[in-house]
Design a protein around this ligand. Structure first.
Ligand SMILES: [Mg+2]
Length: 223
């Protein structure tokens, strides 16, 4: 694998497309318990990320891609989710600093962990509060197990994406304790958290892109 700056930019470009594809679904989830803007806010952020990729210099590192994504969210997204993703992408940039490639499962574990910690510190939520953390955390634990088992990167990311999406579905049973939905308390039980769902979409999108790369490499190898 050669997940260099260009490849990370291609991955984020596809993440942006996948989030925009799910805009209405994310707004629907948020609208059941909140103001229904989550899909729109994430789409605005991800469109800004795509634009920022076009402004990258000719040669750049993975960390430059994450840094410009952070800047895009900072400038473009006013909603609560804006500063959280700004912090998450900035933390991803720091975790990837000076690395030319992100080919190892441990690289992505470090990036996901850094993003999670940044979101938790800024948002102040705890696990079980029915937020983005509740799908992101199990995915990271899955990555940790994969690193310990020396799993292939594509397999590790794919499993993490699946765990995140299942965990996002499981937020239905939780009582919200943070954000606008927390005002509803028990009445929000039965509704799936929008933020937990959008990070799961992102993790699945990253996994699919890396799996495609892996397939291309295997194909060339067997020729
Ligand atoms: Mg909202």
């Amino acid at each position: 694998m050669n997940i260099n700056g260009l490849t990370v930019a291609e991955i984020l470009n596809q993440v942006a497309i996948d989030i925009e594809d799910q805009k209405d679904y994310l707004c629907f989830l948020d609208g059941e318990v909140g103001d229904g803007d989550h899909g729109v806010s994430m789409t605005i952020g991800m469109r800004a990320v795509r634009r920022s990729l076009a402004d990258l210099p000719t040669s750049y590192l993975p960390s430059d891609v994450f840094d410009s994504a952070a800047e895009a969210y900072a400038v473009e997204v006013g909603a609560t989710i804006g500063p959280l993703y700004e912090a998450a992408f900035a933390a991803a940039g720091d975790a990837a600093r000076d690395k030319k490639t992100l080919d190892h499962t441990s690289d992505w574990l470090n990036i996901y962990q850094a993003m999670f910690t940044a979101i938790q510190e800024l948002g102040g939520a705890e696990l079980g509060d029915k937020t983005i953390l509740d799908s992101f955390h199990p995915a990271i634990e899955s990555m940790r197990v994969s690193v310990a088992a020396s799993s292939d990167l594509a397999d590790a990311l794919t499993l993490a994406g699946q765990v995140a999406m299942q965990s996002a579905r499981d937020t239905k049973d939780m009582v919200p304790l943070k954000g606008r939905a927390s005002r509803l308390g028990e009445r929000a039980v039965g509704h799936q958290d929008a933020g937990a769902t959008s990070i799961a979409i992102i993790l699945q999108s990253i996994a699919r892109e890396v799996a495609k790369l892996q397939l291309q490499i295997n194909y060339h190898f067997t020729l």
